[in-house]
Design a protein around this ligand. Structure first.
Ligand SMILES: Nc1ncnc2c1ncn2[C@@H]1O[C@H](COP(=O)(O)OP(=O)(O)OP(=O)(O)O)[C@@H](O)[C@H]1O
Length: 269
């Protein structure tokens, strides 16, 4: 019987080199059909987690399990199969600026399938329609706004009907309206396609609004808390409160450790 979790991170430890461990003994489960957000401050290892799921790197110890298969990045056939089932929305979109909107969305279909051009056209227009941009198919990337670019990248990420869609900072650099549109799209596409979505971000309100489950991560990949958005919003844990309410000071200090002010300014009597 398939597990309820599409992805399991099982006691994963990882560092880019021996000097520093980025994720230390992290265990997490991402449930099928749900939107899960991993929230955490800059540098705590969120993107690294996505790279481990995408098979860019292998853990130093522990396992990453995708739909019951333990990932082994040396197994080219397995990784090819797994990557084909993943859609990834990178930070800042990474669209091909010299191609049209249409050709950007068609790109993965032309690369990974032998579908006839007429069918590719229908799929591309359907995906663009899903993000509200069917009418923009003929535009060049240089002609579209940042918010539109994000939606085009999303249409491209779902072109091959992925079972898992991973979003790396989908709200970064967007104005409030575009942010709201992007957030609703993540939710709508998840529900319409039956995919599983994983969002990593530090935008608390957007993630709280669209997620079924929220994980709060701190330095070293330490899981501070996880639960439904309501659980976390209602939490009385000072570290959770500081994070979800954006309070500048709390268990995580505003000031980097420093000598006393009076000592630094030489005014101690
Ligand atoms: N390719 C790399 N080689 C070496 N160190 C890296 C590499 N990529 C990231 N790091 C380091 O790993 C740590 C975690 O980075 P990561 O990008 O996973 O964090 P993050 O939580 O996604 O942060 P942000 O929100 O700023 O993107 C950082 O200290 C970063 O400098």
């Amino acid at each position: 019987m398939p597990s309820d979790a599409l992805i399991e991170i099982d006691r994963v430890t990882f560092g880019y080199d021996e000097r520093r461990t980025i994720l230390n003994d992290v265990s997490l489960r991402f449930m099928r059909g749900k939107v899960t957000a991993v929230l955490g401050g800059s540098g705590c290892g969120k993107t690294t987690l996505l790279r481990l799921i995408g098979g860019v790197h292998a853990p130093n110890s522990g396992r990453v399990v995708f739909d019951g298969q333990v990932l082994d990045i040396r197994d080219k056939a397995q990784m090819h199969g797994v990557r084909r089932r993943l859609g990834m929305l990178f930070q800042f979109g990474a669209l091909f600026t010299d191609l049209s909107v249409f050709d950007n969305v068609a790109f993965p279909l032309r690369e990974h399938t032998d579908l006839p051009e007429a069918m590719i056209r229908d799929i591309v227009l359907m995906k663009l329609n899903a993000v509200g941009l069917r009418g923009a198919a003929g535009l060049r990337i240089s002609e579209v706004s940042g918010g539109m670019a994000r939606r085009i990248a999303l249409a491209r990420a779902i072109a091959l009907d992925p079972e898992l869609i991973m979003y790396d900072e989908p709200f970064a650099g967007l104005d409030l309206i575009s942010m709201g549109v992007a957030a609703q799209l993540i939710r709508t596409l998840n529900d319409a396609t039956g995919a599983t979505s994983l969002v990593i971000s530090h935008d608390v309100p957007e993630c709280m609004a669209i997620s079924d489950w929220v994980v709060l991560m701190a330095t070293g990949g330490r899981i501070v808390a996880q639960g439904t958005p309501k659980d976390l919003m209602d939490s009385t844990d000072p570290e959770v409160r500081q994070f979800v309410r954006g309070e500048p000071d709390g268990p995580v200090k505003f000031h980097y450790p420093a000598p006393e002010l009076a000592d630094d300014f030489g005014v101690r009597p």
